[in-house]
Design a protein around this ligand. Sequence first.
Ligand SMILES: Nc1ncnc2c1ncn2[C@@H]1O[C@H](COP(=O)(O)OP(=O)(O)OP(=O)(O)O)[C@@H](O)[C@H]1O
Ligand SMILES: [Mg+2]
Length: 468
Amino acid sequence: MLDSSKYLTPRQIVAELDKYIIGQHDAKRNVAIALRNRWRRMHADPEMQKEIVPNNILMIGATGVGKTEIARRLASIADAPFTKVEASKFTEVGYVGRDVESMVRDLVEQAVNMVKTRKKEEVKQQAALLVEEVILDALIPPISQPGNRDMVGFGGNNHSSAEMPDSDLELNERTRERFRQKIRNGELEDRKIDIKVSQSPSSGVGVMGPGMDEMQMAGIQEMIGNMMPKKTKKRKVTIAEARKILLEEEAAKLIDMDEVKEEAIQKAESAGVIFIDEIDKVASASGKGGSGPDVSREGVQRDLLPIVEGSTVNTKYGVIKTDHILFIAAGAFHVAKPSDLIPELQGRFPIRVELQSLSKDDFYQILKFPKNALTKQYEELLRAEGVELSFTDEALRKLAEISFEVNAEVENIGARRLHTVMSRLLNDILFEVPDTIPPNAHLMITPELVEERLRDMVKNRDLSQYIL
Ligand SMILES: Nc1ncnc2c1ncn2[C@@H]1O[C@H](COP(=O)(O)OP(=O)(O)OP(=O)(O)O)[C@@H](O)[C@H]1O
Ligand SMILES: [Mg+2]
């Protein structure tokens, strides 16, 4: 688990983030340091380990500048349990809605899945052999074991093996070996066989009583599920499908769930990252009195406090301590300011990083460079129709310029503006392919075209308010 090669260095983390996010170096740097610190801590002297608490991060930046995007990419980089939640979704304990502890339970769930997946991977080969046997049995049932009286032989004869001459046994064995080879060579992938699939027993009973939280509910549901007899169902599927289904089942049987739970809790405790988005939505803007929704918002902050400070949370996999979980919070803080958060909570996020507003040049780069750049997405969409779409560099500059202007004039929604502008620009093309624009067409987006499609819109403020 502490294999250092799997843990990226800060520079490597930033390099990974650079593939998707333009600019915002300060934010990238700080999340990279925080992430790497997890690994460093795990290698520190055990005495010290207990003392080293994560430096939680507060990311502050206008809307659409990449806060959530950084979190999303971080999730795929961090080889660690990671959950992203929106603070605005939570309600104070006692009110209807999700309570804040559920984020910790989500994290543990995530960790369990990670550990389970890894363990399944470890037993894959062993499981594959078992699966092969099951498939083979379905194709050519064995007759070698005495006592298998109800087994139907290949020819459908109901001989018991005791009366079976040796040659029949041998024949059966040989046939099975031949088919085993065929299965291995993938010659029988489309052949249909009957397999028994265990169905996860859904109790169908909705249990939700007053005063019960999500976890108790899940616990009860699981309990009922375990009490119900495991049902199996016969299904006729191709061997290829059967392999997929059975592999999952056999692998699950081979792993020890208690071990998984223990390791998952440990992993979530020491390496887990929780990203709390929209934290500003639970801060009450200064000056407002403590009435109405603000009361509940502050309640959410108060509920957050013990979790961020370190407490224990019950999950269906066991008890987890939250002391060493890394929290990254983000918010636009347009109305409320970080100082509007309750002081205790402010203190728990000592690292503040500000994300920069995006410039015209940033927009241009966002259109062009990220792995998932919008231009690449549309190119790919049209490629599916056999149409080749491309953008000249000047066209991208023009698009960036227009987006920037509309942001300045109408409302600043950051890089999200690129989405609206781009879809406006390409609307006609997307409609006409393939009816009037045939496959094999090559469409080049030039600055003139951009100008023609969008200029009026930009000039006419009323129009752009609605359309762009
Ligand atoms: N710096 C950037 N580099 C690349 N793409 C970006 C950048 N900033 C924003 N985007 C793109 O803009 C869109 C919105 O960004 P994101 O969701 O990160 O905004 P946000 O900062 O979380 O805003 P909000 O405060 O409204 O939640 C995403 O699709 C993302 O791809
Ligand atoms: Mg966001």
